[in-house]
Design a protein around this ligand. Sequence first.
Ligand code: MG
Length: 362
Amino acid sequence: MDSTHRTAKSPSKRCPRFLSLLIMVAAFGALGVVFAYAVNYEWKSGVVWPEPPVVDPGPVGGPPSDAIVLFGGKDLSQWNGGHRWLVEDGVATARGRSITTKASFGDCQLHVEWASPAKVEGKGQTRGNSGVYIMGKYEVQILDSCKNETYFDGQAGAIYKQSPPMVNACRRPGQWQTFDIIFRAPRFAKDGAVVRPAAMTVLHNGVLIQNHFELTGGTCWDQPPEYEPHAERLPLRLQYHGDPVRFRNIWLRELAPLVGKPSGKTGYARETVAGMVSLDGRPLAKARVALYDDRMKEVASAKTSDDGKFAMKRLLADTYTVTVQAASSTHLPKKYGETDKSGLKLSVDEGNNDVRIELASE
Ligand code: MG
């Protein structure tokens, strides 16, 4: 008969708030030294995650393999108005008007390298001014902020008129600098209400200057910040503000979180199974016993000893499919080693489970 059944069990003592079961082992001599050790149980979230895609990070400064390269040094063909800017020796220099990407983007990671003019001219907002306008609305300020006085929420790395950078990490005029921006687009309800505001994290030359700042609306010079409902994706703009700010190595990664599915199998993996496998009533030695969850993923395995006994620890209380594969010297019907044919099920309850797996050669 092909069956598995429990012959005895003892319920475990539950302690939901504490992971550790403290076992006092011994006390010695007058000092009363106590040895103890803790047994930890793995907690399973019950969420089935897809495998994160593999991304080649590329050289330092990128672009990673899944990035959209918006300017790699050759041309600005991906930008409306790009023909107005000077592209020379792998560098694009702002002139004439602002430029806007032909494609639209929402949540993203954006890398921009820029340099304010080496020759220092003007002061305050008229020295090396440009800007990265994500969605064309939310500006991270570009400015020569090396020894250049201006209002703090308008200096380099500011989310314009909303949040000054936490520190001034600006390099000297003419030197290449990096912005790495992580942007979460705002979400709007159908009636236009803000469900979730836009948020930005910015690293300037690798230094964190904005830490998930939640914007209160668009960034304007002459208006208070205010949200106007807009599409989930909009073009990116690089500002021309009268100064020949240079750019190179601009790339963007669109962001989408992994989505896991709850399997419903959650809790501590702490139940034990001990038992015996027999074939035609005799102990089956050196057999491999494996347990599979409902997605047919192997969760535990053990080998039987000469008396057919085996043991497994740290299992979730659940019902498993069982396979048994015998050593090559033993004839065992092949079906027992196949999850879809074995016909063996094992219900693991809380505590210690004692099972018999009885197999037949015919
Ligand atoms: Mg600007």
